[in-house]
Design a protein around this ligand. Sequence first.
Ligand SMILES: Nc1ncnc2c1ncn2[C@@H]1O[C@H](COP(=O)(O)OP(=O)(O)O)[C@@H](O)[C@H]1O
Ligand SMILES: [Mg+2]
Length: 487
Amino acid sequence: MLARAVTHALVGLEPRRVDVEAHVRDGIPGFAIVGLADRACQEARERVRSGISAAELTFPPGRITVNLAPAELRKEGSGFDLPIALALLAASQQLPRSALERTAAVGELALDGRLRRVGGILAVAEGARRLGVERLLCPAESAREAALAGVPAIPIRHLAEAVSYLRGERELQPEAPLTSDGNGRAVAPDLADVRGQERARRALELAAAGGHNVLLGGPPGTGKTMLARRLPGILPALDNDAALEVTRIHSVAGLVDREQPLVSLAPFRAPHHSASTAAIVGGGPNLRPGEASLAHRGVLLLDELAEFQRPALEALRQPLEDGFVSVSRAAGRVVFPARFMLAGTMNLCPCGGRGDPAAQCSCSAQRLARYRDKLSRALLDRFDLVLAMPRVRGEELAAAAGEGSVAVAQRVATARERLATKPPARDTEADALLRRAADRLHLSGRGYARVGRVARTIAALAGSEAVRSEHVAEALSYRSPDEFANV
Ligand SMILES: Nc1ncnc2c1ncn2[C@@H]1O[C@H](COP(=O)(O)OP(=O)(O)O)[C@@H](O)[C@H]1O
Ligand SMILES: [Mg+2]
């Protein structure tokens, strides 16, 4: 007897329909799963077998074949357990086959029959909604996340529960959908803690308002890391579409919260400098999104930039330009969005003495050159705001608290609004200044455009109708890579 259940596999973030067909016939007992299933998926046999017994149902005797169609699509992970079990139970007449019509299912089975959450539920649920099913059976822990897709998500705790529900023996209510209300402001550290460093604060505000990349350099202990960590606290919350988009990515990486699955704040990611290229841009055997994609619509902080492996840094150039990461593998190409603000911090030399009037830099010219070499010109060129921070003076540290993040966030939000609705344009003088500066500073085409954009952000923050030469002049003052690069 043949029965069928529906689920979705993910290709990157894209859901693809998969039909799970179970066939049970007389013969020597056996259980085969065909249809390009990976190892985790093959292991479903053991989990399904013991899950069915644990639910006090009968594991069908005889020859069992489960086919995951279409066969050319690679099936990864353990989310196929539940649909496989349900198809098997229908094929052995323990469930009415009609109960699986217009129904999708996903979830991993524990050996005792309980349902475990799997990554990527949001994208799977979006596939189910597009297919127009009437309900999606999913692990109870993931039901809130699935409900974000707008499909009735039936929370299932145990295989036995799914079976009695499908037999009509018990009622289960779909999880109520939940949308972003911009609540749950994270307890990000506050800018009020930072003393002095007015110029760096200003750069941070500009970065947040215009979505610019910022590089903070200077001797150790000047507050570079401290400031960079306060960047997410001045960014506006994500709107509903952006929140869903970010949640989809975080879900595939298994990072969403059960109770509050919607990621409604701009993400902040700060990978360690030992991170591999795959960890940063994505890829690897399981094709997971990398830090660059997890930071999508938020901030990627590379603290101690010069300590990162050069290939990892270079790999960031593509997403910085295109806003997405494309990873290839044998079966094709997967694209993950990766439009993030890059924040970097670094000492100006390996010993940290450079830029500190109270210390002597002891680095040899060679050592310094090697250090700077980590950072190619090309990468440096992608930082819109580059500044060398001075050491804070004692009197500044003793001074009153600085302005808090809430006030700054307010200005950032207003400026963003202006940039989106009525972006100021350069007047003739500003235009002339920028052109002269481009020649004098040998700005690349990219550099020229980036200065222009920063100037526009400065004008928007000032509430100016037009971008004037003073705005261009300030924007130009943040392009001083000479402290950072070999000339
Ligand atoms: N401008 C500052 N205002 C207040 N505290 C500061 C400042 N700069 C440094 N500090 C103190 O020094 C510590 C180290 O700062 P940190 O940001 O890690 O320095 P860096 O990254 O530049 O080496 C911070 O945790 C903070 O306590
Ligand atoms: Mg630091």
